[in-house]
Design a protein around this ligand. Structure first.
Ligand code: LLP
Length: 434
């Protein structure tokens, strides 16, 4: 469920006509719905029913400071993977009492910053990392709270690049070595054991891997409870969202008509499957959703530059490129593309929807059926709120896009389009070239 729909022929986000946003701030521009994010947060909490649950929103999905503030106001903590993300949370005015620090390559400076900022716990992925955390904590004269990230060796049945819970992935401690790792950690003077964690992958569309991995982790947690008095179990993120027919999926419970096997995972089905496994542990439960919280809450607006009629092929050329929305080029991922002004009397065309970048890979969609559009008209990429702006780059010396947050009938610029001067601010021509 989301808050994007046509009112008459005009695509709206909540009560804002998206064409008005494109006109005021130009394109490419990301637009987010505050109401959709709040609904998503509440659905996760309610889906896990009467568990003692805390959402640690995975900042990597969308790290806009206004978005972080919105989630902090709702009561979320954060799942962080860098000093930069940590600073963003602080810049949003949020504390770190409910936040955790993940990632396989934490630097000494990041560990120090996190300890000084009062991080709730580190999610530790190796013994060398544990040694470093113990060392830095010792220098600061504090105890560092930790949980091990466990690799349960479960196939998340998702894209190979976002499958993280198999034994041959770089992530986590093999589950067979977990007991020994905890026993070793208990001997370090500046380490306090707090819990156990996993994250098996992203954009999961079937519930079975979650169940299998949670069962394995819960069995381990039961053992650890007795030996190390842990207080929480974190089941990571990964709940998939709807990309196909994303606009239509805004309608409440549209999946009721779908065969069961093809229904998307919902926080309700996720909660119903996991709560019975987690509840008997009597532990606090952390979840780290990123995509689910923001994915369907954002669109990328782009303008048509040209409709190019090639040999037996049409190309709809946009002013947004793979640098602005990397997912189709990187993962062959699908994003629905819809016009901001729907006109059913126009003919439909079949076209490759492409950007202006000088690579064949700069293609958002192949042979896509879409209403005929011409120069100056606008489209929206649906489900672009997660891993959109955060994965964008300046490739081809294109400035980073703008970001806008909609709240009811109002909208605010939350991140101005980058300027050329800003883009080159750190660059320098050395004297020998002058
Ligand atoms: N926790 C940890 C430790 C993670 O590594 C991730 C995501 C999450 C939570 C959040 O997962 P989510 O709920 O968003 O699935 N760029 C890719 C996705 C990469 C996900 C990386 N880790 C994409 O655009 O599909």
């Amino acid at each position: 469920m989301h808050h994007f729909s046509y009112t008459g022929s005009n695509l709206h986000c909540e009560s804002v006509d998206l064409a008005a946003v494109a006109q005021l701030y130009g394109t490419p521009t990301y637009v987010y719905s505050a109401a959709t994010m709040a609904d998503n947060y509440n659905r996760i909490i309610n889906g896990l029913g009467d568990l003692d649950v805390h959402v640690c929103y995975a900042v990597k999905a969308n790290s806009s400071i206004a978005v972080l503030r919105h989630f902090a106001n709702l009561g979320a903590g954060f799942d962080l993977v860098s000093g930069g993300e940590l600073r963003r949370v602080l810049a949003a005015g949020a504390g770190l009492t409910h936040s955790v620090f993940a990632g396989v390559g934490k630097s000494e400076a990041e560990i120090r910053l996190a300890l000084e900022s009062g991080i709730r716990a580190f999610h530790v992925e190796s013994e060398p990392e544990l040694i470093r955390i113990n060392h830095v904590a010792g220098k600061l004269g504090v105890k560092a709270a930790i949980s091990f990230r466990i690799n349960p060796d479960v196939d998340a049945l998702t894209h190979a690049k976002t499958n993280t819970g198999k034994a041959d992935n770089k992530f986590g401690i093999p589950i067979a070595q977990a007991a020994a790792a905890y026993a070793a950690a208990a001997e370090y003077p500046n380490i306090a054991i707090r819990g156990v964690q996993m994250h098996i992958g992203s954009q999961l569309t079937s519930i079975a891997p979650f169940v299998e991995a949670t069962e394995k982790l819960a069995a381990l947690a039961e053992e650890l409870k007795a030996r190390h008095d842990i207080e929480y179990i974190s089941v990571g993120g990964g709940i998939g969202i709807v990309y196909q027919d994303a606009l239509e999926s805004g309608a409440s419970k549209w999946w009721d008509d779908q065969p069961e096997a093809t229904r998307p995972i919902t926080p309700e089905s996720y909660g119903a499957a996991l709560a019975p496994i987690l509840k008997p542990l009597g532990l606090k439960v952390l979840v780290e959703p990123g995509r689910f919280m923001v994915g369907n809450a954002g669109v990328l607006l782009a303008q048509v530059e040209y409709l190019k009629r090639g040999q037996g092929k049409n190309f709809l050329i946009l002013d947004a490129g793979m640098n602005d929305l990397m997912r189709p080029a990187m993962y062959d991922s699908y994003h629905q593309v819809v016009p901001l002004r729907r006109n059913t009397s126009r003919p439909a065309i079949t076209a490759d929807i492409v950007g202006p970048i000088c690579e064949t890979g700069d293609c958002f969609a192949k042979d896509r059926d879409i209403q005929q559009l011409g120069e100056g008209e606008h489209v929206a990429f649906m489900s672009a709120g997660a891993y959109g702006y955060t994965m964008a780059s300046r490739y081809n010396s294109r400035c980073m896009p703008a970001e806008v947050l909609v709240h009811g009938a109002t909208f605010d610029l939350i991140n101005a389009r980058e300027t050329f001067d800003n883009m080159i601010a750190g660059e320098n021509i050395p004297a020998f070239l002058k």
